[in-house]
Design a protein around this ligand. Sequence first.
Ligand code: PLP
Length: 398
Amino acid sequence: SASLFSAIEMAPRDPILGITEAFNADQNPAKINLGVGVYYDDNGKVPLLACVQKAEAILIEQAAPRTYLPIEGLAAYDKAVQELVFGADSAVIQERRAVTVQAIGGTGALKIGADFLQRFAPGAQVYISDPSWENHRALFESAGFVVNNYAYYDAVTHGVDFAGMLADLKAMPRGSIVLLHACCHNPTGADLSGAQWDEVIAAVGAGGLVPFLDMAYQGFGAGIAEDGAVVRRFAASGGPLLISNSFSKSFSLYGERVGALSVVAASAEEAGRLLSQLKRVVRTNYSNPPVHGGKVVATVLTTPELRQLWEEELAGMRVRIKEMRDAFVKKLQEKAPAHDFAFVRDQIGMFSYSGLSKAQVEQLRAESIYAVDTGRICVAALNSRNIDIVIDAIAKVL
Ligand code: PLP
C-alpha cells in the first residue's frame, strides 16, 4: 500500500555538486577542481584568516554563555554591517532609515528578503540576470514568485549586453523586483561600469522598480569601498532598496553562515515598521541567528588592529586572483596564440566565463580538470602549481 513518502520522486541534482562528486570520485592525484565557488590560497587550501583566529582567541578568553541573540541578531554586528555596506558617513544611517538583520549567510539574507517581499508584494514579478547565481531563481520561486530573466551576458564580447539589459529594465512592470549583483557577477565575472550603473539606477527609479542588491563578494573586485559604491549610489537615490550581503568569501567563513539583510526605508518611522516585519519572518523560520560567526565578524570589524589585518588579508585574496587572471591570459597567449583570452583580465571577482564550450569542458574532465558545463571556472582555484597544467590542457582542447 502507498505511504505518504512512497510516491515522492528524486529531486533534480544540483549541477555544481555533481561536479564535486565526480571530482571526489576521480582517482588521479593530479586532479584539479575549477568548478568550486570558494577561494583557495596558493597552496590550494581554504584559508583560515589570521584576523578570524585572533578574534576567536578573544572570544574564547571571554568564555561568554551561549544565550539567544535578539531576533535581528547581534546589535554590534548589525551596526558594523551597515557601516561596511553603506559607508560609515551614510545619510541613511544617520537618518536611521536603514534596518539590518543578521542572516544565515547571503542565502539566508536573500530568503528573508524574498519572504518579506512575498508578504507585501505577492503579485510582483522578479527579474534576475541571464545568467545568474544558480540559486537565485529557485530561491525566489520557493518564496512564491514568478521569476524572469533580464538580458545580461553577451557571449560574443564576453561582457555585459548593456543595451539589452537597459531595454529589459525599461520594459518591466512597475513594482517589479529586480535582483542585481552589486559586484563580481557570479557566474560571468562581467560587471557594469560606473556610468552604466548610473543608467540602471535612473531606469529603476523611473520604472518604479524595487532593487534588491546581492553583494556576496565585497572586497573581491576593486576594494571594499569601491565594490560597495553601487549600494551607496542606490541608497542616495532613495528607497525602497534591499541589500543582501555575505561574509562567506570576504572572511573565508563559509560554514559559519554569516550574512545580513539591510533594507532602506523612506523615514525612520517606516524603518521601524519594516524591522518589526523582518523580525516576524526570522522568528517564524528559525527564531534567531547563531552567535559565533556574527561575533567573530563584529569583533574584527570593530577592533582597529583586527580590522586593519582583515583589510590586508582581503586585499591579499583580491590581488592573488588578479595575478592568476594575468598569468592565465599570458600563458594562453604563449600556448594558443590564435585565441584571445584577454577578456579574462577584465573580468572581476572569483569567476570567469571562460568561453569554453560544454564539449571542451568535457574534454578537460578526461584530463581530470573539472569546470562547470557553462565554461565557468573559479579563478581562485588556480595557483602557481596547477596553472601550467590547466593552461596546457586548455590549449589542447581549443
Ligand atoms: N549570492 C551570490 C551571487 C553568491 O555567489 C553566493 C555564494 O556563492 C551567495 C549569494 C550565497 O552566499 P552564502 O554562502 O553566504 O549563503
